[in-house]
Design a protein. Sequence first.
Length: 147
Amino acid sequence: MLQQIYPSVAHDFSYELNKDMHFASAHFVPHESAGACQNMHGHTYFANVTIAGDELDETGFLVNFQSLKKLVAKEFDHTLLNDHEVFDDRDPNFFPTTEVVARTIYERIQKHLDTLKNKPVCLQVFLRETPTSYVVYRPKRGKKSES
Ligand SMILES: [Zn+2]
């Protein structure tokens, strides 16, 4: 993958796993200040998620790579992001901007990690929307995922 250098996040966990994913999605930003982004258009998003923990599961994984792909790439690929229930065209905290999509990816992943016995955590979501623009989302320390 082209964009393979990501900002690293400091932590004290023994294991750190990173998963790269990409998905093609359409979106629009429903606000007049968004300019041309108010018109529906598409991006090939590149996401990198960082998961860490001290314990492995019964298969020797921190978390199954495939389950991460299912939660993110398979969910959003070839869809209009605004159509997803998790986004809301009436509330700027839920417009499908790069920032909100990155946070949403974090929330989906952490919700899944919370069901695992070995309790891994998602420390960072890197989301590139264009060759020149990306967002990094990091949850506040000690903050649990909103379910
Ligand atoms: Zn866009």
